[in-house]
Design a protein around this ligand. Structure first.
Ligand code: MG
Length: 251
């Protein structure tokens, strides 16, 4: 009987001890960051474009100065101004950008307000005027081009400013050149979730989506090492699209 009581007391002590384990953490203390309030970039963001200049960008193919037009707080691509990329390369990021397909409707489908943002210069999140403009669904605004249609169509009317907030997890390669972790994307279009941590199947413009430590970034010709950080690319697809308020946070 004494043994049983002792056993019961021990078991009770263990249960109580388990319940009182202190699970609170006191470090590391998160850094203080002033958020994106009233359209400003967060205090720890790298500003890629705020209307003042295009110093963060170069022409993707030639690596010469970017030739897009600056007007007020926006920069605009027109046919022939060429795809641009950031001078800086990035790994995992949170990216914010605002874009505006022209209000002047000329083409249709893929020829209406088409541009795009390429994470790692390889994976395109489509920019398109998708306001009452049918096309294949994995090519409309908010799609991961030719891989995933958006969960909903959150497009605004042409001529209205829109936003993307993108969380990008870069692919990881092991020392032997094999893919150990694919890339992932989450996209909010005008604050609405359109891609929810989708696993990317590979680069957008290889014949079939594929990964490789050696790759040819979009709109470039030379093969290069793609296993590390890579620039962000914005597409010249021959239509008029403006951008403003572009910032990135490294994760
Ligand atoms: Mg495009």
């Amino acid at each position: 009987m004494k043994k049983l009581i002792l056993l019961t007391i021990s078991a009770f002590t263990i249960v109580v001890a388990a319940q009182t384990v202190d699970r609170r953490a006191f470090d590391p203390v998160p850094d203080k960051v002033v958020g994106a309030i009233n359209g400003s970039a967060p205090s720890d963001a790298i500003v890629l474009f705020d209307g003042s200049n295009m110093d963060a960008w170069i022409t993707a193919e030639t690596e010469e100065a970017a030739r897009w037009e600056i007007d007020g707080d926006a920069m605009t691509v027109r046919r022939g101004m060429s795809t641009i990329k950031t001078k800086q390369a990035f790994g995992d990021i949170q990216l914010h950008l605002e874009f505006r397909p022209t209000a002047v409707i000329e083409g249709e489908g893929q020829s209406r307000g088409n541009s795009g943002v390429f994470l790692h210069s390889l994976f395109e999140v489509q920019i398109l005027d998708s306001w009452e403009n049918p096309t294949y669904v994995n090519g409309q605004a908010g799609s991961v081009y030719l891989q995933y249609p958006p969960l909903v169509n959150a497009a605004q009317e042409p001529g209205e400013w829109q936003s993307y907030d993108i969380i990008f997890k870069a692919p990881v390669y092991d020392g032997r050149g094999n893919l150990s972790e694919p890339a992932y994307l989450t996209v909010l279009h005008n604050g609405v979730l359109v891609q929810n941590h989708v696993e990317l199947k590979g680069a957008t413009y290889t014949p079939m989506p594929e990964y490789g430590m050696r790759c040819v970034p979009y709109s470039q010709e030379r093969e290069q090492d793609c296993s590390g950080k890579m620039p962000i690319t914005l597409q010249d697809h021959g239509q008029v699209v403006s951008y403003r308020n572009i910032w990135v946070r490294e994760l």
